[in-house]
Design a binder for this molecule. Structure first.
Ligand code: MRU
Length: 343
């Protein structure tokens, strides 16, 4: 498995996901601004990976704060955090990681600024390590839902690259594979950014897990022909009632799964749950540049000047979700009760 992100010699390096699978290359960030740019431009993407990057970005930014008194350091750090919060709006893991880093600074009033900087760096490394451990745990818990032989449909990339490592939805798939289950994966290509074709297929092929890519609009036919036994996706944010924000197109897959009596599972760490939002309609959904729809690597696919709309995420209402897999166990209906027990 190639790494997603690491701290090296006071830089943060991310594998540039815009270039996979053609080129495997590090994108080196020397400042918090570089990390923010990397998140905005999808060098790194996927909710938990964005959380790890936000933590490391702030730790990196702290190193360049010149203030020596605690009060001025905290003010400068909060400014960086405010910038970081604007990087991408939907994945709550970003806010979660930023809050964790700010709380840490607030707890360290008694320490010198140099010590605070060191602790911030260590905390960001801890977020990365914890994320990998959480994904492995979630994988073990979730794979119990997978039959001995199964064709699993997934949407977008909820794999190692979308996290600190191992993956959420792909973590469950990896764990089933490691437990010798005979699984094959059907990966939606995931228009327009093609996370399914470029990243999910790449990761699974690297691990020798059988994978077949389909156009997003082929999922219904395959379900009706009984070629799919279950669906697993990741999530960018889960509201208190179990509504899920995930990559655009997830909602359609969930509706099709229900119409065809196929279980639809969501795998996500507790840090992806936002209990402060009562339902999915309150989740901010990112809209990305229209050119992602009508251009491919700079080539115009449509008539020049065409209007296009590019919502990057949608909401799957909880009634379409069979269960939510977390590192703390499997949550079933009624989700609001299971989720409130977690917090
Ligand atoms: O726009 P992206 O690629 O960041 O969107 C990613 C997704 O929607 C993933 O499915 C989600 O973050 C879960 S990742 C473990």
């Amino acid at each position: 498995m190639i790494p997603t992100i690491e701290w090296k010699n006071d830089t943060v390096r991310m594998i540039d996901q815009r270039k996979i699978p053609a080129v495997i290359e590090w994108y080196v960030c020397r400042s918090c601004e570089d990390v923010i740019k990397g998140i905005k431009s999808m060098v790194i993407r996927g909710a938990p990976a964005i959380g790890v990057a936000a933590g490391m970005g702030l730790a990196l930014g702290a190193l360049s704060i010149m203030e020596t008194s605690y009060g001025s350091f905290l003010r400068a750090f909060r400014d960086l955090a405010d910038e970081m919060l604007l990087a991408r709006p939907t994945a709550v893991n970003l806010k979660w990681a930023v809050t964790r880093m700010i709380c840490l600074v607030e707890e360290m009033k008694e320490l010198g600024v140099d010590q605070i900087k060191l602790r911030l760096k260590n905390e960001s490394l801890k977020i990365l390590e914890e994320d990998i451990a959480i994904n492995r745990q979630m994988g073990q818990i979730g794979q119990e839902l997978i039959p001995e032989k199964a064709a699993i449909l997934t949407h977008c990339n909820a794999g190692s690259l979308a996290t600190g490592g191992y993956g959420t939805a792909l973590g469950v798939i990896r764990a089933a594979h490691e437990n010798q289950k005979h699984i094959k994966v059907i990966a939606d290509e995931t228009r327009p950014w093609l996370q399914g074709l470029r990243l999910t297929a790449f990761e699974l092929m690297e691990d020798s897990i059988p994978v077949t890519v389909i156009a997003d609009n082929a999922a219904g036919l395959l379900m009706r022909r009984k070629k799919i036994d279950l669906v697993i996706t990741g999530a960018d944010r889960i509201a208190a009632n179990g509504d899920v924000a995930n990559k655009i197109g997830t909602y359609q897959v969930a509706v099709l799964a229900k119409a065809n009596n196929i279980p639809f599972y969501v795998a996500a760490p507790v840090s992806t749950i936002d209990p402060s939002l009562e339902n999915g309609d309150l989740i901010p959904l990112e809209e990305r540049e229209a050119k992602e729809i009508y251009q491919l690597e700079g080539i115009e696919l449509g008539p020049v000047g065409v209007n296009a709309l590019n919502p990057a995420f949608d909401i799957t209402p909880h009634e379409y979700i069979s269960a939510i897999i977390t590192e703390k166990g499997i949550i079933r209906h009624p989700f609001n009760e299971g989720i409130s027990r977690l917090f």
